[in-house]
Design a protein around this ligand. Structure first.
Ligand code: SF4
Length: 392
């Protein structure tokens, strides 16, 4: 009797990722979840059983890209007359809520809230030398322009044990470079003070900027070595790990001990990404960034004094509501003073649901925003490329 071996075809998935490193890291963990359930990765979205679209919502253009991609998927399968894969949407566009998303994007079959991706699912990584390691999710800072606290929820620090377990496993597989990821990595593990902002937003009452609680730090100032410094030391202790980067740190909770650790620990990369967003104290106040240009310069100067080889990059938004010529000039002046190594300059775009969308009018004409963008991009990323950083 001839025996036939019936091979069951493995189900396949494909992840299409938009946006930042946090999304890329989340996608690695979503892939880990599929692998654990016996799925295989498809090489093309046209050939998969399940298509996961990991979205970005930082600007309207980012959302439009995801919508455009889903439109192409819909057209392709309808033209081919082929059954389409199950479509799962995740990432920052989930801030719209399921009801609105299903209405906006009827092709979507399921919504995966981004805060359900979690830390502990083993990641499937393509890079075999460098690994992204999430150390926290969410954000408590509520900068008025930002959608992240709504899409990713409150800030949660991953446990030291869980992070070190992953580092150990990566080191044993030959990884030498790690990037610790979070929205505010330097706040990792700090004791929270508590925030009133969320309540204010959820109550859906009318409010103005003066009603917002101060955004300086949502945490108690540590009385001993800050937890993030301890974490950097613990990760550095793995002999196999040669280079450690972290992203993103903000001017708040950037304690002097962290500056000293960066300067004295040769495994920590000399590049520090430190978003400023604006050089005008009035704009920073409207953005609820919780620091002044003076505090920003204080951190920059301390870093450079601690090690002149440290380079600094930044994020800036131009055309924030009410940004006057003089306020924009203050950012230009700061750019000339600080001489960032790189600056990611963005044009302001109001994100529905955020505080700036609720309390300010998007009153800067696009042509003015564009001119400001061009000027700042030229100054930071083109004119100053060969300049050495200076202490100001
Ligand atoms: S710190 Fe501000 S800009 Fe960064 S994720 Fe949190 S709210 Fe957004």
């Amino acid at each position: 009797m001839v025996k036939y071996l019936v091979m069951e075809k493995l189900k396949t998935y494909y992840i299409h990722t938009f946006g930042c490193q946090s999304n890329k890291s989340d996608s690695e963990r979503i892939a880990g979840d599929y692998a654990a359930r016996g799925y295989q990765e498809a090489s093309d979205w046209r050939e998969c059983d399940e298509l996961i679209v990991n979205t970005c919502a930082i600007r309207q253009r980012a959302e439009d890209r995801a919508k455009g991609f889903l439109y192409n998927v819909m057209v392709y399968f309808s033209e081919q007359g082929k059954p389409r894969p199950k479509i799962i949407l995740t990432g920052c566009m989930t801030h719209h809520g399921s009801e609105k998303l299903y209405e906006m994007l009827p092709i979507v079959d399921e919504i995966l809230p981004i805060n359900e991706v979690g830390f502990n699912q083993a990641a499937v990584r393509k890079d075999l030398k460098h690994a992204w390691i999430p150390i926290s999710t969410g954000c408590n800072s509520f900068c008025t322009f930002c959608i992240v606290p709504y899409s990713r929820g409150r800030e949660v620090s991953r446990s030291l044990e869980s992070i070190l377990e992953e580092v150990e496993s990566l080191a044993s597989k030959g990884y030498e470079e790690l990037t610790l990821l979070g929205m505010n990595v330097n706040s990792w593990g700090l004791e929270r003070v508590g925030i009133g902002f969320r309540k204010l937003m959820m109550e859906n009452k009318k409010f103005t900027r003066t009603d917002l609680p101060d955004n300086q730090s949502q945490y108690l100032t540590p009385t001993e070595t800050p937890p993030f410094v301890k974490l950097l030391r613990a990760v550095s202790a793995f002999a196999q790990i040669k280079k450690i980067r972290f992203l993103t740190s903000n001017p708040w909770d950037f304690h002097d001990e962290l500056i000293a650790e960066i300067a004295s620990n040769p495994k920590i990369d000399r590049y520090v990404h430190l978003p400023v967003q604006s050089g005008s104290n009035d704009v920073l106040y409207r953005m609820n960034r919780g620091y002044t240009r003076e505090r920003y310069l204080d951190v920059v100067n301390k870093l450079r004094q601690a090690d002149p080889n440290i380079t600094i990059g930044t994020d800036i938004i131009v055309g924030f509501p009410g940004e006057t010529d003089a306020e924009f000039e203050a950012t230009v002046k700061l750019a000339k003073e600080v001489k960032w190594k790189v600056g990611f300059v963005a044009i302001y775009s109001p994100r529905p649901g955020t505080a700036s969308w609720r309390i300010y009018e998007d009153d800067i004409p696009h042509i003015v925003k564009k001119k400001r963008w061009e000027l700042l991009d030229q100054i930071i990323n083109k004119d100053q490329l060969d300049d050495r950083p200076v202490i100001v």
